[in-house]
Each structure stands twice: as C-alpha cells, then as structure tokens.
Write a protein that binds this ligand. Structure first.
Ligand SMILES: Cc1cc2nc3c(=O)[nH]c(=O)nc-3n(C[C@H](O)[C@H](O)[C@H](O)COP(=O)(O)OP(=O)(O)OC[C@H]3O[C@@H](n4cnc5c(N)ncnc54)[C@H](O)[C@@H]3O)c2cc1C
Length: 408
C-alpha cells in the first residue's frame, strides 16, 4: 500500500502551498469584510476581483480541477489529491481558487459519471471552467434526512415533464448569485417499490418558475452570505423529462457515487485546518507570557500541543488509507473507511481548533484570527454529509459482518 505523494506532483503541491500561504490566506479577511457592503447575496466588485484573479492565476499554472481523478483530469489519484486538499483547508478561498470547492466537485462528479451529453454541455462544461456554481438538494425540514429513504419531495411525470413540489433546506451554495443549477434528490416511487428504488435525482435550473428561496439557514448566527445554505420551496416546478439522471429509481446509486469523494475531500481539508490551528496555537503560546512564562510552559499546554500533533498524524494516515481504498475502485469496500475518517477528521480538527481558541484567550473567538470561523465550520461537518452516528453505524456494521458472514 503506497500512501505517499507521486513525486512528479511535488512541484505542483509546493506551488499550491505557496499560493495558499502567501496569497490566498491574507485575502480571506478582506473578502469577508466586503460581505456587509450592499446586497449580502451578490458579490461586490472587490470580491469578484479577488476570486477571479486567484482563479485565473491557478488556471494559468495548471492548478485547476485537481480533484478530478478521472480520464482527462490532471492525473492525480485520490491519495495524491489528499495532499493538495490538506493545503486548501488552510484558507477559506483556496478550494474555489483551484475549482475544488464543495458542493461543485460532487455535482461535477455526478455529471461526469451519470450525465447525458446535453447535461454535460449545459452544466458540466461551465462548472469545470469555474463560470457557474451549483447546489445539491437532499435534506428536507420535515423528515430525518440522515436516513435518505425518508426523502419526500414529490416528483411526478406529466407528459414530457416532471413536476416537483416540496421543500429542501441547507442547500449549500444556493444563495450564491452564480449558482445556476441544482441536483435534487426526489421521491418518484410509491410504497409498492423497494425502499432503495423509490428515489431519483433530477437536474433543475435555478431560474425555473416555482422556485422560492425562503431564507438562509444560519450557522451559529452567520448566514454565510454570499454563498449560504438556503431553505427552498418548490411549487409546481416543471422540468423536461430528459433532466432525470440515469432514470427513475436510481437516486441511491448516484448518491453513493457522489457522496464518497465529497466526504473524503472535507476530511482532507479538515486535517489542513487542524494543522493551521496547531501552528497558530504554537506561535501564540511562544510569543505571549503570563505568570512570568510563555503560555506554552503553563499548565497542561505542553500536553495539548503534543496530543494535537499525535492526533493529526493518526488522522492523516487514516485519511490516506481511506483514499487508497477509493483508488482500488471498489466503492463498497471503501465505504467503511470513508465513514471512519468522516467521524475522526472533523472530531480531532474541532478539538484542536477549540484548544487553539483557548490559547488565544478572547481574541480566539473574534474575527482577528481564522479560528472562530473554522471552529463553526468544523462543528457543522459533524452533521453535514451524514451525522457522526450514521457513520459509526456503518463502521460497526462492517466490523460485525466479519463475525456473522452476512453479505456486504
Ligand atoms: C453547514 C451545513 C451544510 C449542509 N449542506 C447540505 C447540502 O448542501 N445539501 C443537503 O442536502 N444537505 C446539507 N446539509 C444537511 C445535512 O446533510 C443534514 O443535516 C444531515 O444529513 C442530517 O440530517 P438531519 O439534519 O435531518 O438530522 P436527522 O436525520 O434528524 O438526525 C438528527 C440526529 O439523530 C441522530 N441519529 C440519526 N441517525 C442515527 C443513528 N443511526 N444512530 C444514532 N443516532 C442517529 C444523530 O444524533 C443525528 O445528528 C448541511 C448541513 C449543514 C449543517
């Protein structure tokens, strides 16, 4: 099992690291400060300028769509990409700079794997070029959405169209003015259809009549404008029947193809966030003194720093192992490994970030370090793309199967 970076990508990785540390990280604060200027749900001229100039530099250097491990991509394996995504976790604007941001990468994956030629032309090409953005709509307010068999948004056939009715919420990126397309998980089958064949995924342009953005859901009081996590109502929204992905009843099949890579990318970035928190914690604890000593030498701070280093190393190895499992091409065998890291990476990164916040005192929870925003984001990762408990269930079931000889 080779968990190392393919050495031919080392210069690219060094350049990504340099851009993240020297150019992108310092622009995050300026980008956020612009949110309060004018309409929160449009990009200010300065925000657009920041993003577009970073994107064009990344594109010129060939640091573009690095996530795409398929034919025609830059040629990275999932293991290779883990090293890049970790760097991108260290600045808010970094994933979009390299066209590696969620939920677009997952949606591009769906169009690549399951989209018709017409869908590829209409949506995949502009997404791969970074010209538009997209959202993925699965979660609903009225059902426990960690069990996707509960998804209820109705989608019925009417002549050459499908008609959608119902509500979705927590649609990340749907507030972005550049968001042009949704991939929506819907219910098409009745109770007589087997449970995992009742659902489908359908492509809906964001300007289809009958779509209402009801509100932005807040993450600990922050609406995360201008991208947001939107609560959306569909009232008699009509789309042509050709917008159905793969065919009715194939929703679960597509969800598996989409969520595996998306989940592990979040984990890779979370490890980068843990590294950033540890670096900030170390720098602060050496610079600042209390009771006649640097903070590093007080109380249990040595242990916190040591534990953080050990946790990061363990999580990184687990993440690389899960990435390697994905590269072997058996999604079913990789799933419990992805679930393991989906529990562990956000957990350790959140713990280390919390410790770093503590080391900074009051400044740690303020806008003067990236830690507070990072803490809130990591906390959401313990829910988004499946809550911890659901992933633990997957891990335990895989473990127990070894003793019961039940089929995978
Ligand atoms: C910031 C953020 C961004 C998001 N982005 C998106 C997005 O872009 N698109 C989208 O569709 N959704 C998105 N989500 C929604 C997210 O995926 C759901 O919140 C998640 O799947 C859980 O669904 P739920 O909120 O309905 O919780 P529920 O299903 O109601 O679960 C609540 C709790 O029940 C418990 N529970 C559930 N199952 C088990 C079990 N098997 N064993 C033990 N306990 C269990 C757990 O404690 C769980 O946290 C986002 C969420 C957040 C916070």
């Amino acid at each position: 099992m080779d968990l190392g970076l393919n050495e031919s990508f080392a210069p690219m990785l060094a350049e990504v690291r340099r851009m993240v540390q020297d150019e992108i990280a310092s622009l995050d604060a300026e980008y956020f400060a612009e949110v309060d200027i004018g309409d929160r749900w449009s990009l200010t001229p300065r925000q657009s300028e920041i993003l577009e100039s970073l994107k064009s530099r990344a594109r010129e250097k060939g640091l573009w769509n690095l996530w795409y491990t398929g034919a025609g991509g830059p040629g990275l394996s999932t293991v290779d990409y883990a090293y890049f995504a970790e760097e991108m976790g260290q600045a808010h604007l970094a994933p979009e700079t390299f066209n590696c941001n969620a939920p677009d990468t997952g949606n591009m994956e769906v169009f690549h794997k399951y989209g018709s030629e017409a869908m590829k032309t209409a949506w995949l090409t502009p997404l791969m070029a970074g010209e538009i953005r997209s959202a993925y709509l699965m979660t609903e307010p009225d059902v426990a959405s960690s069990d996707a068999t509960n998804i209820a948004l109705s989608c019925t056939r009417d002549g050459g169209d499908y008609v959608l009715n119902g509500e979705k919420w927590w649609a990340t990126g749907a507030g972005d003015p550049r968001c042009a397309v949704y991939i929506v998980m819907v219910r098409t089958g009745g109770d007589d259809v087997p449970k995992h064949q009742r659902h489908s995924m359908i492509v809906v342009p964001t300007d289809a009549p009958g779509i209402e953005k009801l509100r932005a859901m807040e993450v600990y009081g922050d609406d995360e404008a201008p991208h947001g996590h939107m609560h959306i109502r569909f009232t008699d929204v009509r789309v042509p029947a050709e917008n159905m992905l793969l065919g009715e009843g194939r929703g679960f099949e597509i969800a598996q193809g989409r969520l595996g890579p998306g989940r592990i990318h979040h984990c890779m970035r979370a490890i980068g966030m843990a590294e950033r928190a540890l670096r900030l914690m170390c720098e602060r604890s050496l610079q600042r003194e209390a009771f006649g000593k640097p903070l590093a030498q007080l109380g249990g701070n040595f242990d916190y720093i040591a534990d953080a280093r050990m946790q990061i190393e363990q999580a990184r190895l687990l993440c690389l192992k899960a990435a390697w499992m994905m590269d072997q091409g058996d999604a079913r065998a990789a799933a419990p490994w992805i679930s393991q890291i989906k529990v562990e990476a956000p957990r350790i990164a959140l713990e280390i970030t919390d410790q770093a916040v503590q080391m900074f005192g009051a400044m740690g929870i303020s806008q003067d370090t990236p830690l507070a925003r990072q803490w809130a984001h990591l906390r959401t990762l313990r829910l988004a793309d499946g809550p911890d408990a659901v992933h633990r269930r997957q891990v335990a079931r895989a473990e127990l199967r070894k003793y019961t000889n039940a089929p995978a």
